[in-house]
Design a protein around this ligand. Structure first.
Ligand SMILES: [Zn+2]
Length: 162
């Protein structure tokens, strides 16, 4: 059940972090840790071990240190190549490519938006018919099915359909 896989990403993987959350994967980011901690690599290894997360990194040394804790060295800087690498390694699958399950900003599970949530959001689209709305209770951020998620969905589908 790779649907249940948990991830931890290094500071260089901000875009991949958002993609994984978009797909619904619980993904912690090193960005949420205090910056400038010289022991950050050790902290990341500890979190990966304690929480059973795959540690994703572009740092060869960190990947080597974490090889006993499921560290994965990502070979490319390109996010779609990174997603493909995880897919080919069997760590993620395509069934979650629809998005809107997890907040891409903070990793919290989204819930369906109430009409109050929608009406109180100034950036909500004016034409609401046939759109599905979700809400992040932590960031108070509104998500809806729209161009952005459809484009991302298409890009992800290309990878998973191969
Ligand atoms: Zn959030």
């Amino acid at each position: 059940m790779n649907d249940e896989n948990l991830f931890l990403t290094d500071r260089m993987l901000g875009v991949l972090t958002r993609y994984l959350r978009f797909m619904g994967y619980d993904t912690k980011s090193a960005v949420s840790l205090t910056a400038g901690d010289s022991r950050e690599d050790t902290v990341l290894l500890d979190i990966a071990k304690e929480e059973g997360r795959y540690l994703l990194t572009r740092d060869r040394e960190l990947a080597e240190r974490g090889k006993n804790y499921s560290a994965v060295l990502l070979k490319s800087d390109d996010v779609l190549c990174q997603v493909k690498q995880l897919f080919l390694a069997g760590l993620i699958d395509g069934s979650h490519s629809l998005g809107m399950q997890r907040c891409v900003v903070c990793n919290t599970s989204l819930r369906p938006a109430s009409s109050d949530d929608i009406n109180n959001t100034p950036y909500a689209p004016s034409e609401k018919k046939e759109l599905k709305f979700m809400w992040c209770p932590l960031c108070r951020k509104l998500y809806w099915t729209g161009t952005h998620s459809l484009n991302l969905e298409k890009r992800l589908k290309k990878i998973f359909d191969r």
